[in-house]
Design a protein around this ligand. Structure first.
Ligand code: NAI
Length: 214
């Protein structure tokens, strides 16, 4: 497929298409029209056509989309056709919860190691992954081909730890620490703030309550 620049807005929507297409495959659906997909996803059919046209040639008039082909192509665009090795830094509640979640691996995200500074955690094994101390990080990174680091540490240490990871070859950070990391441009950062999502829910709830109580 021809490489084209795809807007970030479309990229943000792709994981959702990917999830729905995965469900269709589980239901043995082989093809689907933009109208049917629209009904399931609560996105307009024209938005779907516009988004998927970005990749050219996926849909055919009167036939719809070939579900498995579209699923595979979106996986390639999202870089899911190759494995990504990850380390989790901060083996507290959140770090261990993420390590315990086996489904990332099914998508090709392999947790290779987990690190902390708390000596009480040293040697603890979570779903087969041993918690190591930070002084082992450098040699671990030299031996393992890590491309993503997950930060589940307090915000006060996040920048220093992120810089150390970058020095050791990490190019992408999945950041859960409550701070927006400013790192060199060639380091990719995806910030995840669950509380921001909860605040959006809170806003919608209070707006709903106002509208229905007036
Ligand atoms: P926690 O206190 O259970 O775990 C933090 C772990 O980080 C501890 O084991 C601690 O020893 C370790 N740590 C501290 N400094 C470190 C360093 N320099 N290097 C390596 N490990 C280090 O906290 P929890 O509940 O797991 O949360 C982790 C962080 O994620 C917190 O900062 C919290 O505010 C944040 N958080 C973010 C969410 C989000 O949606 N972005 C949701 C929940 C928590």
């Amino acid at each position: 497929m021809e490489e084209r620049e795809i807007s970030q807005a479309v990229i943000r929507r792709l994981p959702r298409y990917y999830r729905y297409l995965g469900e269709l495959i589980e239901e043995n659906v082989e093809r689907i029209s933009s109208n049917e997909l629209s009904g399931r996803m609560q996105v307009t059919a024209s938005q779907i056509r516009q988004d998927l046209n970005n990749f050219g040639g996926f849909g055919q008039q009167g036939y719809g989309y070939n579900v498995r082909y579209l699923y595979t192509e979106i996986a390639k665009i999202l870089g899911l056709d190759v494995n990504h090795n990850m380390v989790i830094i901060g083996a507290g509640n959140l770090g261990q919860a993420l390590a315990n979640y086996g489904s990332f691996e099914r998508r090709g995200f392999i947790v290779k190691g987990m690190f902390d500074v708390n000596p009480k955690l040293a040697g603890t094994v979570v779903r087969g992954i041993e918690i190591r101390m930070m002084d082992e990080l450098q040699s671990f990174m030299e031996k393992n081909d890590i491309d993503i680091a997950v930060l589940t540490i307090p915000k006060t240490t996040a920048f220093d730890v992120a810089s150390l990871l970058v020095e050791n070859g990490v190019r992408a950070i999945w950041n859960f620490a409550h701070t927006d990391l400013k790192l060199p441009e060639n380091v990719l950062v995806e910030n995840v703030h669950l509380s921001e999502s909860l605040m959006r829910l809170s806003y919608n709830l209070s707006r709903y309550n106002k509208e229905h109580n007036e």
